[in-house]
Design a protein around this ligand. Structure first.
Ligand SMILES: [Fe+2]
Ligand SMILES: [Fe+2]
Length: 192
């Protein structure tokens, strides 16, 4: 597998780690009738900065445009679907953020909405990651040249350093591991 895809696959495992934590946060929220606001804030910060800005940013800004030049960019094709799913994930994330304060205060309606948005987000991202790992990236592996691979990896590095900031990734990974320890979720092991 090309390194530019391996990097994204490795990030999928990190995202799944925090999805498993969010699942526990939601279970507690539903059973206790009150959200643990501190844990929820950390999980949402991870999803906003690492999963959406960082990971989906790499896909949308660096990988997908190159795949479009290699014939994967039809209007109803896989890249259009992946972009729409990223947008839907942003709406669920905004929904969780919007209800977070009231759900932390134990307001019943807010607790229900937080749980609904959270469950939808988890389901969406797990299915989305599965489609990328098993379908899109298999096609991308065949479509990308070695030159494309090198160019995309350089673009990722520039994006991480300039657009996200030099410490953003480490901060997010620390959040992910703190939540995993707190909820007894196994840590993802980096392959790259
Ligand atoms: Fe994606
Ligand atoms: Fe992805």
């Amino acid at each position: 597998m090309k390194q530019s895809l391996e990097i994204l696959i490795d990030e999928h495992r990190r995202i799944e780690q925090v999805l498993a934590c969010l699942e526990k946060i939601i279970e507690h929220c539903a059973s206790e009738g009150r959200l643990d606001g501190d844990a929820a804030r950390q999980a949402i910060e991870f999803f906003r900065d690492f999963a959406d800005r960082g990971h989906h940013g790499k896909e949308e800004i660096q990988l997908f445009p190159v795949l479009e030049t290699r014939g994967l960019g039809s209007p109803c094709g896989p890249l259009a679907v992946m972009r729409r799913e990223h947008e839907l994930g942003r709406l669920y994330l905004q929904g969780m953020e919007g209800y977070m304060a009231a759900a932390s205060g134990g307001e019943a309606d807010a607790v229900q909405w937080f749980v609904q948005h959270g469950q939808s987000y988890i389901r969406l991202l797990r299915e989305h990651i599965s489609k990328e790992d098993h379908c899109l990236f298999t096609r991308a592996e065949q479509a990308l040249t070695d030159e494309d691979d090198a160019q995309i990896q350089e673009a990722y590095a520039r994006f991480e350093a300039a657009d996200l900031g030099p410490h953003a990734r480490q901060k997010c990974l620390a959040l992910a591991d703190g939540l995993a320890e707190r909820y007894g979720v196994p840590r993802a092991h980096a392959s790259v």
